[in-house]
Design a protein around this ligand. Structure first.
Ligand SMILES: [Zn+2]
Length: 548
């Protein structure tokens, strides 16, 4: 839309006749703008969920095929027990920065330390309860003047006209320290927006703060310049909450104690959700980059969302990591791997969880198998102890072969499976014997080996690859600690925010870049209504993924 409401209100029959007499060409140009705006408005009016451009990222992976439980409760104001719901439905501070600092205790949906609210009571300020205005007065460090550049109706240059300030807001932000200038500096900018009457056609032109278009599921969190918390400070809050694992209350204390800045928990929570919304389009880049990798490690761990047991999934390659929170189902993996136009061509490293089994090009983590064999060695049954020891002996022989191949002239890039035919045949006999054992764990391990044979020994075809799924387990560890601190998330939006932020932070770390600076850039660009900047590039000199 080119024309703003305030401008349309001024354009009536008198204005158009006046413009026609003064400058017919300008009238023609204005007509084109009006026609374009009308077409765009009509198209929006005709949008339905099936034809609108809802970004792919706004669908959770288990929703894409429409086969999973439809638990989207965006139209449902009630928090039903046992369902996922957007519990941050009653907060929006995008229209007025004063209210940002004011909403007293909008509860955290992803990681506040307070207890979950009683059923049917939405988190945050209750309707009708008293709000609190922002009370801290800061000294303005800078004033930014925003003026219209040219007339919307006749394109007349307005840069030399002063105009009158008609609205404004304040933004508090930080300047990060750098190598040459260490330290953290707080800025408080007064943004003034001007109205300039066009001397040619008399239209009152106004400069407006930028605002990104609303998208489904994030309607409650506007992405706009009109914010109390600037992009760098917002990024710092995200960093403190997710990288440093501070609760909202601790971040509040940190900002107050170290920077003398008083922000309420509700503001911090809004900043985090807004940042996650800003980061959402990055997911497409992440998916593309991940599916270009030749080996992806996958793992999952339990995650509570408003009392519902879900799973935090990680898919991690050499330079990209993706996190999702959802059900422990096949759809998450299928939807991710099928996002590639030709289907994912690389290999998947996982544990023995059966969801992974249907993926053909798979590798099994040996650490789990070795642990199970060790357990057999400690069994009371002499037969099981013997089986366990046999399995361990063969695995150690094979590991020696793999390490020798890695140290060899080909750096482990050559298939060595044929060199170990005898050992594999020997192990197969052991496993078949184990399957006949009456000892349950012995029987189970024998069956596990035989069922997953190809995946377990595929490593012999690619000895340079890792033997364990440590990459994925290590990537989850940080977020497991965060889950313990925060007791999980409170809403679907909170879970989505956590997964997006985790994906971006972990990927930046893998690429040896600072998530703090990248997230700042993303928030800045998206508040201006622009696309997300490219992720930090994969350094060509990054160390090859060599296994344990
Ligand atoms: Zn004009």
């Amino acid at each position: 839309m080119v024309l703003k409401d305030q401008e349309l209100q001024q354009i009536d029959a008198t204005f158009l006749r006046h413009l026609k007499d003064k400058d017919p060409e300008a009238l023609a140009n204005l007509s084109i703008k009006l026609a374009n705006d009308l077409k765009e408005a009509r198209e929006r009016l005709n949008q339905t969920p099936s034809n609108s451009s809802r970004p792919s990222g706004s669908f959770a992976l288990w929703e894409k095929n429409g086969t999973a439980d439809d638990t989207d409760s965006s139209d449902n104001d009630e928090d039903l027990p046992g369902t996922r719901s957007n519990s941050i439905t009653d907060k929006d501070s995008c229209s007025d920065p004063e209210s940002e600092g004011g909403s007293p205790d909008e509860s955290a949906s992803c990681g506040d330390e307070t207890k979950p609210p009683p059923k049917k009571r939405k988190p945050g300020r209750q309707p009708g309860s008293q709000g609190f205005g922002r009370i801290q007065q800061l000294t303005v460090t800078k004033t930014d003047h925003h003026r219209p550049v040219c007339c919307t109706a006749c394109n007349n240059d307005l840069t030399s006209h002063a105009g009158i300030a008609y609205t404004g807001f304040y933004t508090v932000d930080v300047l990060f320290g750098e190598t040459q200038t260490p330290g953290l500096e707080l800025t408080y900018t007064h943004h003034l927006y001007y109205c300039t009457p066009c001397p040619l056609c008399d239209l009152d032109n106004r400069a407006y703060p930028q605002r990104a278009e609303d998208v489904p599921k994030w309607e409650q969190v506007g992405l706009t310049e009109w914010r109390l918390v600037g992009p760098a400070l917002a990024s710092m809050i995200v960093y403190l909450a997710f990288d440093m694992r501070l609760t909202r209350r601790k971040i509040q204390r940190f900002l107050d104690d170290l920077l003398g800045l008083k922000l309420c928990v509700g503001t911090l929570q809004n900043v985090i959700v807004e940042s996650a919304r800003a980061l959402e389009p990055v997911e497409e880049q992440l998916v593309n980059d991940l599916l270009d990798e030749s080996l992806i490690h996958a793992d999952e761990t339990s995650h509570g969302e408003a009392g519902v047991l879900l799973w935090l999934w990680v898919f991690i390659g050499r330079s990209t990591a993706l996190f999702y929170i959802g059900y422990r189902s096949l759809e998450i993996m299928d939807n991710l791997l099928d996002s590639h136009p030709c289907g994912y061509q690389g290999y998947l490293m996982s544990d023995g969880y059966q969801v992974y089994r249907h993926f053909r090009k798979r590798l099994r983590c040996w650490a789990h198998l070795i642990r199970k064999a060790h357990a057999l060695c400690e069994s009371y049954s002499p037969e099981s102890r013997q089986h366990g020891q046999h399995v361990l002996n063969v695995l150690h022989e094979l590991m020696k072969g793999i390490h020798a191949a890695r140290d060899g002239p080909d750096d482990g890039r050559v298939d060595i499976s044929s060199q170990h035919d005898a050992q594999l045949a020997q192990l197969k006999v052991i496993c078949e014997n184990m399957q006949r054992s009456r000892h349950k764990k012995t029987q189970a391990l024998g069956t596990e080996f035989l069922n997953d044979w190809e995946a377990i020994f595929r490593i012999l075809e690619h000895p340079a690859w890792p033997l364990t799924n440590n990459e994925a387990e290590r990537a989850l560890r940080h977020w497991v600690i965060l889950r313990r601190i925060t007791q999980g998330t409170r809403s679907e939006q909170g879970s989505r925010a956590l997964a997006l932020i985790a994906s971006v932070m972990e990927t930046c770390r893998l690429r040896k870049a600072s998530p703090l600076h990248y997230i700042k850039e993303v928030i800045y660009e998206r508040r201006q209504g622009r696309d997300v900047p490219q992720l930090p590039s994969v350094e060509s000199n990054m160390i090859e993924c060599v296994g344990v």
